[in-house]
Design a protein around this ligand. Structure first.
Ligand code: ADP
Ligand code: MG
Length: 349
């Protein structure tokens, strides 16, 4: 008792000092942004309301985290898990690390819901079209016989050839029926990386942030009460902004378009979003699809799925999710956005 009584003055001084520190904390009310190359694209982390020092620390953890996930999901890097799985064959089930199993399970869910429009197993088809990394150095339409033999291999398998199994101990393994089911997680892994990047920031106490990775993004909080403002590129004029989204709070947005990675040959546009029904770039009539969702992984996968499904079936897929909104544009200039989509049209098409 006596001891506590004696410490009161010290406690009061300490309390006062902590309050003074808190009050004088250099809380910069400005946006700080850092851009780096990761997953073959540019990632920009913007934060609000933290000091330069806090931002620097958090951002370096974010990029380390993205790098880790790249090592799981890259199709080209020989040390990645996906690379190893794609070469492991039917007889030897490959062990799937926990985080990759989350992405694969979600991929198979969306494959099912989209009736195969979202197809996480078209790696060999992407290779055939030269979209393994960026765009093909020399635009070349693959030979019809190569596309047909890819499709024939798929038809050899009576069911979808990605088999994910969970043992009673919780260990997940994967087997691919043949190489026409090689994993390509290019339409979902970036979304997962964005969600993980935001979780990393939040763990470091950053509550207000916008992280953009190759056009997809995840948002938290605001800029001192003001929403984060994000432009959606015009699909036919890259100097123009087609729409403006203003978002506050936890939300994600992804855009898939035929203008992101493509080549022109014989007067036609050949882009990187493929339709496994035809073995060719999808021609659903849509040229740009933006999806808003609670998680970037869902937004990323659904933007690709809706792109392949086209306007009507795409709208129906969006309607199946409680918390998902979309903004869709066709090559004829028809445009649609769901009532809850947070954003405004600015210019055509
Ligand atoms: P981006 O990666 O340019 O933002 P997307 O999210 O739409 O665009 O993903 C396209 C990538 O996904 C392709 O480069 C390829 O790796 C893969 N992919 C292509 N077609 C499909 C499809 N139908 N389903 C799932 N993934 C696909
Ligand atoms: Mg996508």
């Amino acid at each position: 008792m006596v001891k506590i009584k004696k410490s009161w003055p010290l406690i009061i001084i300490l309390l006062f000092f902590s309050f003074w520190l808190w009050w004088n904390k250099p809380q910069d009310n400005e946006v700080r942004s850092t851009t780096r190359l990761a997953m073959g694209t540019l990632f920009t982390v913007s934060t609000w309301g933290v000091t330069a020092h806090e931002e620097e620390n958090a951002v370096s953890l974010v990029f380390a985290r993205i790098k880790e996930l790249e090592l799981l999901a890259s199709r080209q890097d020989p040390s990645s898990e996906v690379y190893k799985i794609n070469r492991s064959g039917w007889e030897t089930p490959a062990i799937v690390p926990n985080e990759l199993s989350i992405v694969l399970e979600k991929s198979l869910d969306i494959w099912k819901l989209s009736h195969g429009a979202f197809d996480p197993g078209l790696g060999s088809l992407s290779d055939l079209w030269g979209f393994t990394q960026g765009v093909p150095a020399e635009p070349k339409i693959p030979a019809e016989k190569d596309i047909l033999s890819w499709k024939a291999k798929r038809e050899n398998s009576s069911e979808y050839g990605i088999h994910l199994e969970k043992s009673s101990t919780g260990m997940v393994t994967i087997r691919l029926a043949n190489d026409s089911f090689a994993l390509d997680l290019g339409a979902i892994a970036k979304g997962f990386a964005l969600d993980q990047a935001m979780a990393t920031l939040k763990r470091k106490g950053v509550q207000n942030a916008l992280i953009i990775g190759g056009g997809d993004m995840v948002i938290a909080g605001s800029k001192g009460g003001k929403p984060w403002r994000i432009g959606i590129q015009h699909p036919r004029d890259h100097d123009k902004v087609m729409a403006l989204a203003e978002i506050t709070g936890d939300r994600a947005m992804a855009t898939s378009g035929d203008y992101e990675r493509f080549f022109m040959a014989e007067g036609q546009r050949y882009h990187h979003i493929l339709d496994s029904q035809t073995g060719k770039p999808s021609r659903s009539g849509l040229i740009s699809v933006s999806i808003q969702a609670g998680e970037a992984m869902i937004a990323d996968a659904l933007s690709t799925a809706v792109f392949v499904l086209g306007m009507e079936k795409g709208k129906a897929l969006i309607a199946q999710f409680k918390d998902v909104e979309g903004m869709l544009v066709t090559e004829n200039g028809e445009r649609w956005k769901s009532p809850g989509f947070r954003g405004q049209w600015l210019e055509g098409p």
